[in-house]
Ligand binder design. Structure first.
Ligand SMILES: O=C(O)CCC(=O)C(=O)O
Length: 284
């Protein structure tokens, strides 16, 4: 009998996850011990760029709710520096420790009944959804085609600031995982500037997503949403005056047969194309 780890979830929570393809856990993480060290280093990285470029931006001293002080002014000066921050922050040691937290191992073990969870390489990062910027918004999608690794992978999604409606919280289609993998287009004709995973578009998107109830939970730091790799979800539209910062961590299951068949290959971030690994999913 495989050892699947002591449970962090109740049997009812596991059943809810399987029913909805989604589970929201409020106050799951230790904010001071796990989240704040990440916010603190983000604040320092923004500070480095402000001084490196000699910018007249006043960054307030660190406090968790305003950890990104100076960021809006920084990208208003030069949007490219936002990309520098985006690439830098996923290399913060406290974030990497958070990614590989034993809590994620145990959640994966319990939800998937596996003794062998795995971290999806290149499948973790910190999103910075800037106000009124659509290029990097995720269209309605399932994570499996843009991540692969295993069919029963999980996304651990947690915000770095308190979400409000105007920040455009993540939109989730409840129980959409039950209808299997959705065929997709690899180009988004309505958003020609989008590339790679951002350009994926579900076949008959409007009809497909209309089948489900949509929710957009207003999560806060310390809260966690766990999503099934087949659950449909999309970025909201940030119409606020501040960026929406959130962490995504993806785990998979070495024991799952489809993952074994594709030799746990990754997708875009691993330099592979959907046509190469799962040509049957592409309807271009
Ligand atoms: O946070 C978002 O806006 C999108 C996140 C997402 O699509 C994902 O975690 O797979």
């Amino acid at each position: 009998m495989a050892e699947t780890g002591a449970g962090l979830l109740t049997a009812e929570q596991v059943a809810q996850f399987h029913r909805d393809g989604l589970l929201v856990l409020r106050g799951f993480y230790d904010v001071a011990g796990e989240v704040e060290p990440i916010q603190r280093d983000i604040h320092k990285i923004i500070g480095i760029l402000i001084s490196q470029h000699g910018l007249p931006i006043r960054q307030t001293p660190f406090s968790p709710p305003t950890f990104d002080s100076g960021y809006q002014e920084l990208i208003a000066h030069d949007r490219r520096l936002g990309g520098v921050v985006y690439d830098a922050v996923k290399q913060i040691p406290a974030f990497i420790r958070f990614v590989a937290s034993e809590k994620h191992d145990r959640l994966t073990q319990q939800i998937r009944g596996t003794d062998l969870p795995a971290v999806a390489a290149g499948g973790y990062g910190i999103r910075i959804d800037n106000p009124h910027e659509d290029k990097f918004r995720a269209n309605w999608h399932q994570d499996y085609p843009s991540q692969f690794r295993s069919l029963d992978g999980l996304v651990f999604w947690s915000p770095l600031l308190k979400l409000t409606e105007e920040l455009g919280p993540l939109q989730i289609a409840v129980a959409s995982h039950k209808d299997g993998i959705a065929p997709l287009h690899t180009r988004d004709p309505q958003n020609a500037e989008k590339t790679g995973a951002y350009a994926l578009r579900l076949q008959n998107e409007a009809e497909r997503i209309a089948r489900y109830q949509h929710i957009s939970p207003l999560l806060a730091p310390g809260d966690l949403a766990i999503l099934d790799f087949l659950n449909l979800h999309a970025s909201g539209q940030n119409r606020g005056s501040r960026s929406r910062w959130s962490m995504q961590i993806r785990y998979f299951n070495f024991r799952e047969p489809t993952g074994q068949r594709i030799e746990w290959a990754g997708s875009f971030a691993a330099g592979k194309s959907i046509k190469e690994i799962h040509p049957e999913l592409v309807v271009d």
